[in-house]
Design a protein around this ligand. Structure first.
Ligand code: GDG
Length: 739
């Protein structure tokens, strides 16, 4: 049975004396526990210590393995350059939109690659065919691609816990291309919010020119799914803490400490993304503007130490400590300091008690992937434990803002906005507080971290089923079946689109000439007995004849307007067609072309095409939609069809279609079995054929809605043809195939 291999930068353990392993709690651990999986689980991650400080790595490895952990060993240089360097001083600030804090260093990048490699090796030592590997976070962007192809059927998921920044920020990274290509090794890529997914897609488009759809893409012969999986908090963990026998005692102790003050709580890792200095500015202003509240309220800042020893974090700690002192100096009085900084970590039950007692929870990160504190606070609000129901103030820049629409949402950069929200929260009537919390609580408790893990793993678990349609699996048997039919004396017709099916797209259409392999491949196939091969393209005759003529391949040009039998001789028309409509349409296309840099109009005998492949992708698409709108109205009275294809809008004569051309050729050639393959809507006219008495197989290349029986991509299509050629060769003997 397949096992689950979790992979995160750090293992959820600490190694004590004699390398004894103690498990630590944490969101991911609870998520997995709650997900109730009944398969074997392993966890791969860094030990948390430098190799130089480990007495005996082999003992650490052995004791970790006994508990289901697979340690990755990092030395001091790895820690400084990979962890503190590239991961936390390059990627972390950039993903959080803090470009000015990001530092770029080639040495760090080298270390990042090296350490991702170490993770890959550690995984390979324990992975078996078909296992699920779930990789977490920005430390390991390169890992999915490093695993690809190294075990049969390994299913790799990647989840990003941070935001994914806008492509305008991401493309600042010198290593933007390998980073994106690294993640694309995964089968499922997950984000907290739709916005992050959107930014990731736009980086794929802008940085490596990869077009995708919201659900995912086809890339290098396989499907990659994209998804939005907002992480939930550890509901079970907090529930358990609050049901402890000693919880009332803990609560009473903290309530007594409060001494009747109204608690405004703030819990976070001390990190510059969390916006503590900005929050302190709001507290200062609130106290300044509300002298009557100074003695009533208590701002408690639980700031868990983070990345200590890193200069930027140490400086932030000092800055916060100084500012807290200054505010208290200014607004405190004998026996009461309005701001309390607790710079340490607390047991979960204490945290739960803080949340339960807080009247306001102030969660104002400048950027945050999700922010679990906001969710935990809402969950821990129990009417019978609190003095009054609590109010959540939440930054609109936290991923959690998408789900927690009943919080008071603020812009953390706008001090006045935060001050106003604090005032409004303190004044809010109990009914409104209750209503808001109630609405959010219901949703959060149903969407906790275990639900999140189950959802992601369900998607990942479905990968094999989907991949059965991937060429490696599907194309071999298909090729064998086709070859067997030919061998049995039945006539096979192959009807293949050119651009996007036999050849990838390039910026200048005339540059999309056949690669070195393609011409002999098509010639070999066309020369087989009982095989008829036609390239059915939207291209003009001259292009097809120049590049694919003389190979024995029949050429069909302009979407089925005319054809060249066997690739030589005279072109013939399928149908007599009236092209008088052209002048009315030409003007529209030329106008659009003038207004859109990087576009041009192509004139064919039976069609006019506006190409926008070299335009800005989004601008081009926007214009194309506008043009479609105009042309559809215009075309209502003309004998034409308007079609929005791959980076082009084409207007062609109504009587012309690839489908009709293929129907004619199947009959003309007396095919018993036929295969049609294409990548866009014009190809759907042949894909949708159901020719009488003919076994018909259709293949769609790439994404988009289709009636085809199979789906693959360019690589898969090429594999099918290559497989078919070798299957035919092995059946008919080398001398009978090809010239
Ligand atoms: C990253 C992303 C995303 C805090 N103080 C104590 C304590 N905590 C716990 C909280 C909460 C967790 O730490 C902090 O989680 P956040 O979500 O707020 O933030 P990050 O650590 O930055 O996490 C973030 C998250 O990954 C998950 O995907 O939400 O956006 O940056 O659970 O309860 N726990 C205990 N004592 C403390 O004093 N026991």
């Amino acid at each position: 049975m397949a096992k689950l291999i979790m992979v995160s930068n750090r293992l959820p353990v600490v190694f004590g004396a004699d390398s004894a392993v103690t498990r630590t709690a944490g969101g991911l651990v609870s998520a997995l526990k709650g997900a109730g999986l009944d398969c074997e689980q392993l966890w791969v991650g860094w030990t948390g210590a430098a190799d130089e400080d480990l007495e005996n790595p082999e003992v650490v490895r052995a004791s970790a393995r006994r508990e289901g952990f697979v340690p990755v060993f990092l030395n001091r240089d790895d820690i400084a350059s990979f962890y503190e360097g590239y991961a936390n001083a390059t990627l972390w600030p950039l993903l959080h939109y803090m470009v000015e804090r990001a530092t770029f260093s080639k040495d760090w990048w080298n270390a990042y690659q090296r350490v991702n490699g170490k993770f890959a090796e550690a995984i390979m030592e324990v992975a078996d065919d078909g296992d699920l590997v779930w990789i977490h976070d920005y430390h390991l962007f390169l890992l999915p691609a490093l695993l690809r192809g190294r075990k049969q059927g390994l299913r790799v998921g990647f989840f990003l816990h941070t935001p994914f920044c806008s492509s305008e920020i991401f493309r600042v990274l010198p290593e933007r291309v390998p980073l994106l290509e690294g993640v694309l090794g995964a089968d499922v890529i997950g984000f907290h919010t739709y916005n992050y997914l959107r930014h990731f897609r736009s980086s794929l488009l802008r940085v490596i020119g990869l077009e995708t759809e919201t659900e995912g893409m086809w890339h290098n012969g396989r499907e990659i799914r994209l998804g939005v999986y907002p992480i939930g908090h550890d509901h079970a963990g907090f529930d358990h803490a609050m049901r402890r026998d000693d919880f009332p005692e803990i609560l009473a102790r903290h309530r007594a400490d409060l001494g009747g003050k109204r608690l405004i709580l703030n819990v976070e890792r001390l990190d510059y993304t969390k916006g503590l200095p900005e929050k302190l500015a709001a507290m200062r202003k609130f106290l300044e503007q509300n002298p009557d509240k100074r003695a009533d309220v208590l701002f408690v800042l639980v700031a868990v130490p983070s990345r200590q020893g890193v200069q930027e974090y140490d400086a932030l700690t000092e800055q916060v400590q100084r500012e807290v002192g200054a505010i208290n100096g200014e607004f405190g009085r004998m026996g009461h300091a309005p701001v309390q900084l607790l710079h340490r970590s607390f047991p979960l039950e204490d945290l739960a008690a803080f949340y339960a007692l807080a009247e306001v929870c102030l969660v104002t990160p400048l950027r945050d992937g999700m922010n679990l504190v906001a969710k935990e606070f809402v969950d821990c609000q129990h009417e019978e434990l609190a003095v009054r129901p609590g109010v959540l103030i939440l930054s609109e820049f936290a991923g959690a803002a998408q789900e927690l629409s009943h919080a008071l949402q603020v812009n953390p950069h706008d001090v006045d906005d935060v001050v106003a929200a604090i005032g409004r929260a303190l004044e809010m009537p109990d009914d409104e507080r209750r209503l808001r919390i109630g609405m959010m609580q219901e949703r959060l408790r149903k969407q906790d971290c275990s639900v999140w893990a189950r959802r992601f793993l369900r998607e990942l678990g479905e990968v094999p089923a989907r991949n059965e349609r991937v060429p490696v699996m599907e194309m071999q048997p298909l090729a064998a079946m086709l070859a067997a039919q030919v061998q049995a004396g039945r006539k096979l017709g192959l009807f293949l689109d050119y651009d996007g099916t036999l050849r990838g797209f390039v910026d200048v259409p005339d540059d999309a000439v056949p690669d070195a392999e393609l011409r002999p491949l098509l010639a070999d196939l066309a020369s087989c007995d009982h095989v008829f091969l036609a390239v059915v393209s939207g291209r003009a005759p001259y292009f097809l004849e120049q590049h694919l003529g003389g190979l024995g391949v029949t050429l069909v040009a302009e979407h089925g307007y005319q054809w060249l039998d066997g690739g030589k001789g005279e072109w013939a028309l399928f149908n007599a067609v009236n092209n008088e409509w052209k002048s009315a349409v030409r003007e529209h296309l030329e106008q659009t072309s003038l207004l859109t840099p990087g576009t041009h109009v192509e004139e064919k005998q039976s069609a006019l095409v506006w190409h926008y492949r070299q335009a800005d992708p989004e601008f081009g698409l926007w214009r194309a939609r506008g043009l479609m709108h105009e042309l559809t109205a215009l075309a209502a009275n003309l004998p034409v069809v308007v079609h929005h294809g791959q980076k082009m809008v084409e207007v062609s004569s109504l009587l012309v279609s690839k489908g009709e051309a293929v129907r004619f050729l199947i009959r003309h050639q007396g095919c018993d079995i036929a295969l049609a393959a294409g990548d866009d809507a014009t190809d759907e006219t042949m894909i949708a054929l159901e020719p009488d008495g003919v076994e018909f197989i259709s293949v769609r290349i790439g994404t988009g809605s289709t009636r085809a029986r199979y789906r693959t991509d360019l690589t898969g299509m090429r594999m099918l043809l290559t497989e078919l050629r070798s299957a035919l060769k092995s059946r008919t003997g080398p001398n009978e195939v090809g010239a």
